[in-house]
Design a protein around this ligand. Structure first.
Ligand code: EPZ
Length: 416
């Protein structure tokens, strides 16, 4: 199993390009099943989750190839609706293939999805919504079978603004009969990107980014050429890395409107941030003031940045807390950070962090994607050498984290 070996103490300084968004491109790849055509997805990140999604679609009969950073997906010869169990178990977002397959062929078979162990992560909201759209759903020994002869639009009021459930409903409704209205929809930028992609294929969708999304089903969608939005969580991760080391960073190809929830927190801590057209510049003073963080659905502070901020807060002045409202088990890095000299205690869904802790290098384990990235950030400032194990979690969402951080001056390498 590969490991990252990091020698801490180097101030990060430099300029990076930001890749396409994992959480935008995964539902967009699923959406290509809705057309019987060829789709070109530009700025597609070459990450493990995309690789898994490609394998799933190929097993459904799609032909997929890379043309540099463009993913070319030919969905004309779909021949299967049974999703490969071992692949589905590797990735939570495989669940949104249900909605796409309902729209394409009216039938799908899937096992309970896997992915980051952040808590129970039930799929009740997904299944309840599809049932309202006239989908028959049965479950035998963990295998879920969905079938509909007539996909119908419906009014769906989500009990929670679930990102995945919102996406699943949009995918099913795009070719359902009649109008679907999603109330209490998720408002993340990735939902807006999915709407823009679907519209570019000829779908009738409006309202993404607000709590109410309206979809008018159409009979046919075509292929398209589409540029995926940049990954706001990768951008936030690298901004936090620069702040950790009290460095300076320039990120190009960002969408600043997607970053403000994060950058305003870094500014409150004392970082100087400049937002220019499609780039953001951060420089950090020697002393940063700790602040409290409460994660919420967009436009609140993103849960996917919670672990990275925890690592940063260990190095800032003052005692702070992080309240995690989205996932009940997203504090797995606390034990690893405490091994490195942090002083973090958990009570219910809140982590209490003592500031200005000098971290020292240790051998630690990534337990999930964003927690793994946060442990790399801790290694950047820890005294001595840090070894991060189980890095396959990190590779699910970061295409070039070694190359990127090395470009900024970090001393990091992969040991096979
Ligand atoms: C998406 O996951 C993202 N993944 C997650 O990013 C992100 O943390 C999350 O949204 C919240 O922003 C992708 O887009 C691939 P949810 P998703 O449904 O769709 C509960 C990363 O690191 N819930 O909004 O699974 C659920 O248990 C990943 O890139 C139900 O109860 O998130 C959780 O507590 C991690 N029933 C809350 O809603 C359901 O049917 C938020 O989940 C569905 C969700």
């Amino acid at each position: 199993m590969s490991q990252y070996v990091i020698t801490g103490g180097r101030r990060l300084e430099g300029e990076l390009q930001i890749d396409g968004s994992k959480n935008a491109v995964l539902p967009i790849i699923a959406a290509t099943l809705l057309n019987e055509d060829i789709t070109y997805i530009n700025n597609c990140p070459k990450i493990l989750d995309v690789k898994i999604m490609i394998e799933i679609l190929e097993q459904l009969g799609c032909h997929i190839e890379w043309q540099e950073q463009t993913l070319v997906i030919d969905t004309r010869h779909l021949s299967n609706y049974i999703l490969n169990e071992s692949l589905v178990k590797k990735m939570r977002s495989s669940i949104i293939l249900l909605g796409a397959l309902m729209g394409r062929c009216g039938e799908a078979q899937i096992s309970q999805p896997g992915g980051c162990q952040l808590g129970a992560r039930p799929i009740n909201l997904h299944l309840e919504a599809l049932k309202k759209m006239n989908v028959d759903i049965s479950e035998v020994e963990g295998i879920i079978h969905c079938k509909t002869l007539h996909l119908q639009g419906a009014k769906i009021n989500l009990k929670f603004p679930s990102v995945g459930a919102t996406e699943n409903i949009m995918l099913a409704a795009a070719k359902g009969e009649g109008v679907t209205i999603i109330y209490n929809a998720a408002r993340e930028p990735e939902i807006v990107d999915l709407q823009d992609f679907l519209v570019s294929c000829g779908a009738k969708v409006e309202g993404a980014g607000t709590s109410t999304i309206l979809i008018q089903g159409v009979t046919r969608l075509s292929g398209t050429t589409y540029q995926v939005i940049p990954d706001r969580i990768i951008a936030g991760t690298y901004l936090t890395a620069a702040a950790m080391t009290r460095g300076t960073i320039i990120l190009n190809d960002v969408r600043n409107e997607h970053l403000v929830t994060m950058t305003e927190k870094l500014e409150m801590m004392g970082c100087q941030i400049i937002h220019e057209k499609n780039r953001v510049i951060l420089s950090s003073p020697k002393v940063l003031k700790g602040i409290n963080i409460i994660t919420e659905p967009h436009p609140g502070f993103p849960t996917d940045m919670q672990s990275q901020m925890m690592a940063l807060l260990c190095t800032c002045q003052g005692s702070t807390f992080i309240k995690e409202n989205l996932f009940e088990a997203r504090f797995k890095i606390v034990d690893e950070l405490n091994k490195m000299g942090a002083a973090i205690k958990i009570k219910d869904c809140t982590a209490y962090i003592e500031g200005e802790k000098a971290l020292h290098g240790e051998t630690i384990c990534a337990k999930d994607l964003r927690g793994g990235a946060a442990l790399v950030l801790a290694g950047l400032v820890a005294e001595g050498c840090t070894i991060v194990k189980q890095i396959e979690h990190i590779e699910r969402g970061y295409q070039n984290i070694i190359l990127d951080l090395s470009k900024l001056g970090a001393h990091i390498q992969e040991r096979k």
